[in-house]
Design a protein around this ligand. Structure first.
Ligand SMILES: *Cc1c(COP(=O)(O)O)cnc(C)c1O
Length: 384
């Protein structure tokens, strides 16, 4: 049986074959399997140099210095380290944090955990297209605010926040800024060298690298002080202990190196495909777009189908792999908190599908998907 067409790249991407081939060289006895911390012999030193080369690739893509990159197990861990670390480190200066209602659960749940520790958190509402209201952000920052956390690209709607304007506000108020860049690293230009961002979380598996590896960019070590989450061995400047997974790290490095080369081309083709999809969907009666086509990342399109329950639509669309929202909320079965914050009714939210396109999507895939959707909607709306 033919596999369904994969349009769920925002949940995860396949590992690029070039990345997988490189990773395979860091596992077996005839490869570089040493412990990167065992620098007193050749096996360890080879592994360490592979880890450092990968750190350089990640740093290059972000416009950072290699010493500012801390390896983690993914963006979720990087976000935990960034927010808990900065909050606890700045506790003496204040206990107020500002974030946005449309953030990923990895940020929102960490903020809820920090509230249990006595921090106070303001969760900003957004404008109807999902952009942060800069006036509200400016007004929310108080003398006891120590940290602001905003994502660059939203994983459900693809909306791209105006980081330059947000950085200006956090700089003006002298408040630390964390950016969740899990959906934007390797897709949008990022130059941390000339930015006021203090902390940035990234991962490999949204950009054709392996799952289970990510990194935290730390502009200035003093932002986190001694606030590690995982202790034991002092790896990664004392911020994240544990034997480094060489193959995962090499995979992330390779994925970021490839993204630096191919980002512009991918951006152009995927943008064209997204427009092809949207122009086809627009011709179907009762469809609407959540977010903003021009202010969103190339690969994500969030669309509503009036009068149709998206769970039913997905069942009918068995030859297309899409999702009704974020992968992590789809098992929670609650209406999207992102669309809710944008002011959508629960009824409209329940009619929404997220399409996310990537490097392996073709124009034929899009045409096939459009035909499948027309067929599925006809079946659902006409009841046969
Ligand atoms: C996927 C994702 C995360 C979590 O990343 P993991 O590496 O899977 O832990 C966090 N934030 C956003 C916006 C994401 O899309």
């Amino acid at each position: 049986m033919k596999l369904p067409i994969y349009l769920d790249y925002a949940a995860t991407t396949p590992v690029d074959t070039r990345v997988a081939n490189r990773m395979a060289r860091y596992l077996t006895f005839d490869g570089e399997f040493g412990n990167p911390a065992s620098i007193n012999h050749q096996y360890g030193r080879s592994a360490k140099s592979a880890v450092e080369e990968a750190r350089g690739f990640v740093a290059d893509l972000l416009g950072a210095r290699p010493s500012q990159i801390i390896w983690t197990s993914g963006a979720t861990e990087a976000i935990n380290l960034a927010l808990k670390g900065a909050a606890r480190n700045f506790r003496a200066q204040g206990s107020h944090i500002v974030t946005v209602q449309t953030e990923h659960k990895a940020v929102l749940d960490v903020c809820h955990a920090l509230e249990q520790e006595g921090f106070r958190v303001t969760y900003l509402t957004v404008l109807p297209d999902g952009l942060v209201d800069l006036g509200l952000l400016d007004a929310a920052i108080r003398p006891d605010t120590i940290l602001v956390s905003v994502m660059q690209v939203n994983n459900e709607t693809g909306i791209v926040q105006d980081l330059t304007a947000i950085e200006q506000l956090t700089s003006k108020h002298k408040v630390a800024l964390h950016v969740d860049a899990a959906q934007s690293a390797g897709k949008l230009p990022i130059d941390l060298h000339v930015s006021a961002i203090d902390l940035m979380s990234v991962c490999a598996h949204k950009i054709y690298g392996p799952k289970g590896v990510g990194a935290l960019y730390v502009r200035d070590r003093s932002t986190l002080g001694q606030q590690a989450l995982i202790h034991g061995g002092g790896h990664e400047q004392g911020l994240r202990a544990g034997t480094l997974p060489t193959h995962q790290i090499v995979g992330m490095g390779e994925a970021f190196r490839i993204a630096a080369d191919e980002r512009d081309r991918d951006h152009r083709t995927i943008t064209q495909l997204k427009h092809r999809l949207w122009s086809g969907l627009q011709k179907i009666e009762g469809t609407w777009l959540n977010g903003n086509l021009e202010k969103s990342v190339a690969g994500i399109l969030n669309v509503g189908f009036a009068g149709v329950d998206s769970e039913d639509l997905l069942l009918e669309l068995h030859d297309v792999a899409v999702s009704t929202g974020a992968a992590c909320s789809s098992f929670l079965q609650e209406p999207s908190h992102v669309l809710r914050a944008m002011g959508l009714s629960d009824e409209r939210i329940s009619s929404t599908v997220r399409f996310s396109l990537g490097r392996c999507t073709s124009a034929e895939d899009i045409d096939y998907v459009l035909a499948s959707i027309r067929r599925a909607l006809h079946a659902l709306r006409c009841g046969n």
